[in-house]
Structure formats: C-alpha cells, structure tokens
Design a protein around this ligand. Sequence first.
Ligand code: CO
Length: 144
Amino acid sequence: MFDRIDHVGLAVEDLDAAIALYETSFGMKLAHRETVESQGVEAVLLDVGDGHVELLRPLGEDTAVGKFLARKGPGLHHVAYAVGNIDATLEKLAATGLELIDSEPRAGIRGSRVAFLHPRSTGGVLTEIVEPAGDGETTDEGGH
Ligand code: CO
C-alpha cells in the first residue's frame, strides 16, 4: 500500500527554535520552506535520509494546527506515507472503510499531492498519504 515513510509532521510554536534544533543539533539539512495560507501554516522540510521532518507553525489560533497546539501543545502532529498513485491508494483505503478527511487529493508543498485520513479510524494517528512531485520541482501552491 505504502512505499515508505515520507515525513513526520511536527506542530511547533517557535519555528526558528525548532529549525535550530533539527538543523544545528540534529544536523539535518533544511530543504524547503513554504507558507500555505489555505492550510494556515508555515511549513519547513528538513532532509533525513530519503525522508523528511516537516515542521508546522500555525498562522493563527483558529487554524487546524493552531487548535492542535492549544489542545495538545507542541509535538507529533501526523505521519505521512509516500505512495506512487494517490488516486488509486485513496480508492483502496476508502474501500476498506477507513474514514477519509480528503476524499480527493489536494495540493501539498513542493508540488506534491496529499490526502489525510481521520485519526478516528487510524488509532488516533492523523495519517497523511503523499504522492511526491515527479522531479522535485517546486510550486507555490499547496497544503502540507
Ligand atoms: Co505532512
């Protein structure tokens, strides 16, 4: 079903402090930074092997990540799996009865296509599937 873990998404209050931790203390390379107004986040990707850490700073308290921070504080927000064909994977997942947040893929950062599964049906873990952009090109559109 899934190719690999693409990234773990972490909710942060202080983006610069989080970048300093992952870049300086953990030695990860900052690969991408993008503000996504439609999703209410500023997102940063850091490379770790073939995968990434995705830091998410909410643009406001009334955003999804803002509400998450208010409820649970900073920390692990979601796990994202890479897939080759997100349309086909979503169809298969829906057929198993899992509750989808996104019944259709939406634009993610760096030209990817993403969809979220509801944590109610995934053991409390907000789960994202990602179809990465074909050649690593970047766009200004997207969610996380
Ligand atoms: Co993500």
